[in-house]
Ligand binder design. Sequence first.
Ligand SMILES: Cc1cc2nc3c(=O)[nH]c(=O)nc-3n(C[C@H](O)[C@H](O)[C@H](O)COP(=O)(O)O)c2cc1C
Length: 186
Amino acid sequence: MLKISVIIASTRKNRFSEKPAKWIYDAVRKRNDAEAEILDLRDWPLPFYSDEFPPIALAGRYKDSIVKEWSKKIASADAYIIVTPEYNHGYPAVLKNALDWLYFEWNNKPVGFVSWGSVEGARSVEQLRQVSIELQMFPIRNSLNIKDFSDNFDLIQKPADLFLNQLIWWGNALKVVRSQNPPSFV
Ligand SMILES: Cc1cc2nc3c(=O)[nH]c(=O)nc-3n(C[C@H](O)[C@H](O)[C@H](O)COP(=O)(O)O)c2cc1C
């Protein structure tokens, strides 16, 4: 079964993000072709990146125990859904730090985005597409962008089905490719 991690990218008090995160998590759980787990960055108080080397050079030799656990958790997923607000036209710093700590663990897996805000969080998502390519993830075409802070998720049920179809299709395809052809280009 394909494993999807739903990453909650906001850690602030009274955050909105829990609602869309729970909704997309439930939407995966209603299907029979994937399983989901919520990774709440509140539960992952990673230090600010401070290692002498970048993760591509560290190749898994992490010093902090929480980073070792984060590495195992991210490596165990086949696909990611990042549930993100927009802060000053970008995505939260806590998310960037969580992404930056790892490299190979993210590689060759699809990622989809759920966002909200005054322009539906679109600017945050466009930045994340660039970052995810550098991490050798595959950002899927569709994203789920919520106007302001509407929690009437019925309005985007059909786009959500399409979004999950794309993510799971790419997740399955890349899982096969990863198992048959260990990458030799990193
Ligand atoms: C530091 C900060 C910057 C923000 N900047 C934007 C912004 O650029 N665009 C936007 O649509 N909303 C912006 N907002 C409003 C957020 O969309 C709103 O607070 C939302 O609830 C954030 O998601 P969260 O509650 O899950 O953290 C900002 C909020 C904060 C805290």
